[in-house]
Design a protein. Structure first.
Length: 479
């Protein structure tokens, strides 16, 4: 919601800025904040960014956006007070926190407490799982010590990840923390959108039958900011390839979160059915032609893999499985209209769902994976196992009541989509390979590639689940 003028909000935000700047200026002058010469300029720029995060809410006059912006800065300042272990720092920053909280109280937005708690939890999760924070007890030159991350990395002979260019290495007596422009903005963008999307979706579904859908695909992208882990297990050449993969991953995560927000605000909240893109709304004949081309192409893909032993590449091996799942799904789409309309019983639908997930998951077991790698016959078996899984979940989707079918499809997409997340976490946090016959760098690239492949399908299944749960399929699209 927007306001033309909000004097209390502007006053409290201004006080928040003033108290924060007093700490930054006084702390730098009196040695509460220590920055080596080469990191001083970046510290100044970071201070300006913090100021802008508080000034922008005054300028844009939108209470919803202002809420997340002010709250985000308050969470960071509160974390600094809690972990700096310095009384003067606390005395200087507590007035800024109080002013920020009072500013939040003047904003006209709903569910402030639950949104505030949710944002704090999401940020804590992203920070801990993303391994950008390390709790420790150490001697530091000042209560807040700020260095260039590149200097730290050069000291131990490691390259800086692409997400950490111009990054800072922040130390206090009890914590080491890594941040930078990209990561700071990424965390704000993802956490605030995620919290807003969930609150809007829960509010919609609370009035209707249907459960909470999984629209948190963007939140887990915080795992991509595995700074120390990534640079610690990769050689420089491999790190370059991995950096290139991270760019589309982050971009796709952000785009899907924005699209969910747009769909909820512009369609679901006002009970409109989203208009499908042109290639999805084309005539039946056009769809059939494109689907048949895709099915034939996927079959050729398996044959090519067998002829050239491409299954030795983890990306090709499991990428082929993902394609074959889609192939099986579309195959039943082509033939289901030829049969009399039948409804699958609920227990059969659940059984088919579990079987389809099992047919995909078992091939990730190292003992079975190595068989598929070494044998063209078993590689083909694995591919058509994935095809069967896609066919089964397609039967469930097209032959069940709309809400049940959409829910089962989403459950399948999430079950398969969570696999690369598990792989990613094990590789970077546990720093151990899952498959002994592949290099750990290959496995890291596999997890990101599969993640990129599955994100759009998880998003689409979420939207379909929402549309079905809200009975939007029966409504007329008004344009």
């Amino acid at each position: 919601m927007s306001r033309k003028f909000n004097t209390p909000r502007n006053l409290f935000i201004t006080l928040t800025i003033i108290f924060l700047d007093i700490y930054l200026i006084y702390g730098f002058a009196e040695g509460l904040i220590f920055t080596p010469t080469d990191s001083t300029m970046l510290f100044v720029v970071s201070s300006i960014v913090f100021n802008l995060f508080l000034i922008v809410p005054i300028l844009i006059k939108r209470d919803g956006a202002s809420f997340y912006s002010v709250l985000y800065v308050i969470i960071y300042i509160t974390g600094l007070v809690a972990l700096a272990g310095n009384i003067i720092t606390a005395l200087l920053l507590i007035p800024s926190i109080i002013s920020g909280v009072l500013a939040l109280g003047t904003l006209n937005t709903t569910s402030k407490i639950t949104k505030g708690v949710s944002l704090g939890v999401v940020l804590a999760f992203m920070t801990i799982i993303g391994k950008v924070m390390l709790l420790t007890t150490q001697q530091v030159p000042a209560p807040l010590t700020i260095e260039l991350l590149s200097d730290r990395m050069m000291t131990i002979g490691l390259p800086v990840p692409i997400t950490e260019y111009f990054g800072l290495f922040i130390s206090t007596r009890y914590i080491d923390f890594i941040t930078g422009p990209f990561e700071f903005l990424l965390y704000f963008f993802i956490s605030s959108l995620l919290v807003e999307n969930y609150h809007r979706i829960i509010k919609l579904l609370a009035k209707r039958k249907g459960g909470l859908v999984t629209s948190g695909y963007g939140a887990i992208s915080a795992l991509g900011c595995q700074c120390e882990s990534a640079i610690g297990i990769f050689p420089a050449a491999t790190m370059l390839i991995f950096n290139i993969l991270l760019i589309p991953f982050f971009v796709l995560s952000a785009i899907l979160l924005v699209l969910t927000y747009i769909m909820v605000v512009r369609y679901y909240e006002i009970k409109r059915l989203p208009r499908m893109p042109g290639f999805l709304s084309m005539g039946r004949l056009g769809k059939l032609i494109w689907i048949e081309i895709l099915i034939v192409a996927s079959q050729v893909l398996v044959v090519v893999g067998v002829l050239f032993s491409l299954q030795s590449s983890p990306v090709f091996l499991f990428g082929t499985s993902m394609v074959m799942i889609l192939d099986g799904f579309l195959t039943y789409y082509l033939i289901h209209s030829l049969f009399p309309k039948r409804t699958v019983r609920k227990y059969i639908a659940v059984l088919l769902l579990l079987t389809s997930v099992l047919l995909v998951v078992i091939w990730f077991i190292p003992g079975l994976t190595i068989i598929a790698v070494n044998s063209p016959l078993w590689f083909s078996t694995m591919s058509y196992s994935a095809f069967t899984a896609g066919l089964m979940i397609s039967v469930v989707y097209f032959s069940s009541p709309a809400v049940i079918g959409a829910s089962m499809l989403e459950a399948f997409a999430v079950s398969v989509g969570i696999l690369p997340i598990i792989f990613y976490y094990l590789i970077f946090s546990a720093q151990r390979p899952i498959w002994s016959f592949w290099a750990i760098s290959q496995q890291a690239e596999l997890s990101v590639v599969l993640w990129i492949i599955m994100l759009p399908f998880m998003w689409l299944s979420t939207q379909k689940s929402l549309i079905s749960a809200m009975d939007l399929r029966f409504m007329v699209n008004i344009h």
